[in-house]
Structure formats: structure tokens, C-alpha cells
Design a protein around this ligand. Structure first.
Ligand SMILES: *Cc1c(COP(=O)(O)O)cnc(C)c1O
Length: 367
């Protein structure tokens, strides 16, 4: 790839390693870590991150088959859990040695059929129980049927049993979460007692590791956003290093006279003379129109420059009246975790959404 893009999302792999170690320090030494690299590695670069983390983690998780295909094609040999497979994905999943989350009777029957028809024996699958998120998974009452199906064949075996917490970051929901954990302990113990092999267990995401490592660590944790520098609470985020920096440059500086307007639909009207800088990034790159009209801001030469008017598809204008800057100067659209958290707050969302919104048009580079 050439250097013909000035708008770049820069990824700091050393910061990812620091963050991984920070979470490992909260865990028992024998607890395995699954690095969650779905959605292009939370909008960064799943392949680079997976290559870097492969020697350091036990597992990877992706949401969809295509994401697993990309990792296998990049030569990643680490076990990969596909969190949200469909029946039609199973043949490719098995051929690529990806491991499906099996969350329904339909999917369980289909994976047994598919492994049989491919003449595969003892294929690893992962059984998910729903304990309160009410998104995907079996419930306690499914145990007799799942165990009967599993015990009447040898095409697949249960490598792990898992569940997902609904509000791991919210300590006001501690009672609900502890009930979820207890429920998972009971359900998984009952289920495992019906099997001839012993699967391992996992339940915790990033905030789960922070808040429930002593109650629900089990054999593995599924670390996502924490790797990328966010812990969903300030004190913990402060211990993490910033991974993602979104950068661009000033294309042009304009002087807007009193009464003139800036951008589409003339959303900004100058009450006095202002100077604006035009930046080559827009809503097609993942900078939502919600950031427009002063809600969002970038950093130029260390100063905050608010977005002026509406965000366009391919560019946006910012107010640099009081900032000493020139065309070609660097612009930080995502400076660090604090900046991303503040932008998320101002647009009523969470860092997860801002990071994953950065579109594939934006070039990714390693720091
Ligand atoms: C995305 C996801 C995770 C990772 O969550 P974070 O909050 O990013 O750590 C873990 N488990 C499941 C099932 C997920 O879908």
C-alpha cells in the first residue's frame, strides 16, 4: 500500500500488549485468554492484531464466518470461536477448522449432520447458555435434548460451555449479575454431568474481568474492548494504554466573513469573522453527522477545534479561529481514550460504536 492517504487510523501494538498484560495480571496464571477480534478488531485491524497476539493468547473470537475466513487466510492457526454462525455457514466453518458457537437445537442438529456428511469425527463445538442477556443460547430446559443428541453420536464434541453477562460494567446490576453467574454455574454443572467428556467454561468479557474475576473466572475469559484501551470505567481505563489514533491533515484554511455560512444547508452562520480548516474525513469514513454543529471536536496543535456545520460525506470543517495552524498540519480526530470517551458521551453512545464505525476507506497503519 502506498502513502497516498493522509487520513489514517494508527494502531499501537505495544499498547495492546500492555493492555493484555494488565488484564492477565487480574487473572489466575492458568486462566486462558480469548482475544475478541470481531468487527475488524473493534474497527482497528483484526489481521495485524491476530498475528501479533497469536503467540500470547489461547483463542480468538470473531462474530461471523467471514471474519474467521480472513484470519485463516492470513495464516492464523490459533483456535477461533465463531460467536454467531448460521446453518449455511457450517460447511465452510468445518473446512477452515473454525469452531462454532452452537446456540440452538436447529444449529446443533445441523452441525452434527454437516460433520457426518464431511466424514469428520470429534469436531469441537461450543455450547452457549442464555442466562439473562436473552440474545443467543440454550436454556436449562434444553439440557436433556442437547445431551441426548450429543451422546448419540461421535461427530462433534463439546469443547467449552459458556454464557455472556448482560451488565458486567454496571455495579447497580451486581445482584442480577451474581444471579446470572450462579445460574451459569448450576446449568453448566448439570449439563457437563451428562457428558462423557469435560468441556471448559467461560463467561467474562472485559468489564466482567474487572468486576467478577473472583466469582466467574472459570477456565477462560473473552477479552474485547479492554485490549483496545477501554475498560468502561475511568480508573481502569487509566491503567490501559491508548491503542487507536485517528489522524488526518488540514487540506485548506478558509476565512469566513460575518454573515457567511459553512457547509451543506448553510448550517453554520458566522456571527463574526472565523477561520475554518477543512479536513479530509467525513461521514462515509465513520464520523457521524451527529458530530456536526459543535458537538464533536478534533485536536490541532494541542488545541480543541469544534466541528463547524454539518459533517459532509468526505470532509468536515472545524473552527480554528484561535488556533495557530497551517494547511498540512496534523489533525487528531481520535486523540486518545479520553477524547473518544468524550465524543461518545456527547453523541449518546459508547466507544465500542465509535471505534467500529470507522469505515474501511480509512487506511490502517501500525505505529
Ligand atoms: C463481543 C463479545 C465479547 C467481548 O466483550 P468486551 O466487552 O468487548 O470485552 C465477549 N463475549 C461475547 C459473547 C461477545 O459477543
Amino acid at each position: 500500500m502506498g502513502n497516498n492517504h493522509v487520513t489514517v487510523l494508527e494502531i499501537d501494538l505495544n499498547a495492546i500488549e500492555h493492555n493484555l498484560n494488565e488484564f492477565k495480571s487480574k487473572l489466575n496464571p492458568e486462566t486462558k485468554v480469548m482475544a475478541v477480534v470481531k468487527a475488524f478488531g473493534y474497527g482497528s485491524n483484526a489481521l495485524e492484531i491476530a498475528k501479533f497476539l497469536a503467540p500470547k493468547v489461547a483463542y480468538f473470537a470473531v462474530a461471523y464466518l467471514d471474519e474467521g475466513i480472513d484470519l485463516r487466510h492470513a495464516g492464523i492457526k490459533t483456535p477461533i470461536l465463531v460467536l454467531h454462525p448460521q446453518k449455511i455457514n457450517l460447511e465452510q466453518i468445518i473446512k477452515l477448522n473454525l469452531e462454532p458457537n452452537v446456540y440452538s437445537i436447529t444449529l446443533l442438529k445441523a452441525v452434527i449432520e454437516e460433520t457426518k456428511s464431511l466424514k469428520v469425527r470429534n469436531y469441537p463445538i461450543h455450547i452457549k447458555f442464555n442466562t439473562g442477556l436473552n440474545r443467543l443460547g440454550f436454556t436449562k430446559k434444553d439440557i436433556p435434548e442437547i445431551s441426548a443428541l450429543l451422546n448419540s453420536q461421535n461427530s462433534v464434541f463439546v469443547k467449552s460451555v459458556f454464557s455472556h453477562i448482560a451488565a458486567s460494567e454496571d455495579l447497580n446490576e451486581r445482584e442480577f449479575t451474581l444471579a446470572q453467574i450462579n445460574n451459569f454455574k448450576k446449568i453448566s454443572t448439570q449439563f457437563i454431568s451428562q457428558l462423557s467428556t469435560t468441556p471448559f467454561r467461560h463467561m467474562l468479557n472485559t468489564s466482567g474481568i474487572i468486576n467478577y474475576a473472583s466469582e466467574a473466572q472459570f477456565d477462560m475469559v473473552r477479552l474485547g474492548i479492554g485490549l483496545y484501551g477501554f475498560a468502561n470505567e475511568d480508573a481502569e481505563t487509566a491503567k490501559l494504554r491508548n491503542v487507536i489514533t485517528l489522524k488526518s491533515v488540514i487540506s485548506q484554511i478558509n476565512t469566513i466573513e460575518k454573515g457567511d455560512t459553512v457547509g451543506y444547508n448553510r448550517a453554520f452562520k458566522a456571527a463574526e469573522t472565523v477561520r475554518t480548516a477543512t479536513i479530509p474525513i467525513g461521514h462515509a469514513d465513520g464520523i457521524s453527522r451527529q458530530f456536526g454543529n459543535g458537538i464533536g471536536y478534533v485536536y490541532i496543535n494541542g488545541e480543541k477545534a469544534p466541528i463547524v456545520g454539518n459533517v459532509c460525506m468526505d470532509m468536515m470543517m472545524v473552527n480554528v479561529t484561535d488556533i495557530d495552524c497551517n494547511e498540512g498540519d496534523e489533525v487528531l480526530i481520535f486523540k486518545d481514550q479520553d477524547h473518544i470517551e468524550e465524543l461518545a458521551k456527547r453523541t449518546n453512545t459508547i466507544p465500542y460504536e465509535l471505534l467500529t464505525a470507522i469505515s474501511q476507506r480509512v487506511k490502517r497503519s501500525l505505529k
